[in-house]
Design a protein around this ligand. Sequence first.
Ligand SMILES: [Zn+2]
Length: 336
Amino acid sequence: MNRILKLLTGVAVAVFLCLAAGAVQAQAYILVLDPGHGGPGASGLGCTYPPYSEKGLTLDVATKLKAELSDIPGLTVYMTRTGDTFLSLEERAMYAKSVNADLLISLHFNSSGPHDKTGTEVWTSAFGNNFTVGAALGQQLLQQYTAMGLESKGVKTRLGDRGDYYGIIRNGVAVGIPTIILEHCFLDYPTDRSILEAKGTQGFAHADAVGIYNFLNSNYGMTRGQAAPAASTASKAASQDTAKTETKTESQAAAAAPAAQQTTAIASQTKYGFPVDAAGNVYYTDASGSKATFSSADWSWLLSQWSYTSDAEGNLKTLSTKDLQTLLEKHRAGQM
Ligand SMILES: [Zn+2]
């Protein structure tokens, strides 16, 4: 009898622990921020444009971004480096794996040989769910940067002879973690630099935080710990904070626009940039205005295929409604 009781108690405790762990797990999301470059020498520096060095900017933005994300219950944020240290791309991915990351974001700043390139771009894996997650997050981030006046160069994929071309993406995906590279802007382009100077690294960290928050909110239903994300509350919170301290004024003013956009996105229930209903059906409109409705399953499959229909430079094509329907017909006929 005693043994049976003990056994029953043991089972009850085990069930309770499993349920508790399950409850915690359902809420938990682990994000690793990877400040690009770091350590001695030219490779440690990343790109430079005096007085800026990429390794300093990425660490600065990552540190401020981690702080900005601290009010999302269930979200845990880690950084691959917190000082000026060298880490290989593989070590960065292994670190993300060691903390059980759900997502790895590598933060960078760009420059170009002829100093004639401008804008913000996001690189993601070309494959399956890694692409789907990266593209969804990338769109949210790009939306924040176009709102600040930077040109969007889009969400891009690039293939090399080992799969994904970029090492951090290849290594991240190899350990099962969707990974993106965010190239904030071109340090050697006057327009980009003036926006960076006006907004500061705090402004860029805030834009990243809003993009990440919108992604977590629309795909996982995660919400901020305080202020409900209603338009009136958001702007009220912003103006209250503005009144509090003078140093906060600038960043809170910058916050007002993205916060308003964020509420619109939530209100209209968009997924991957298109309206979605409660059943998960996605309402797609192409560039010519032609509309189609795709089921959640069909939409996921289409997203996983867009990587194979990108152009030579890795830019994603904007496909017509008809093209998408043709792809689906081929898929159903077992040809894709
Ligand atoms: Zn870089």
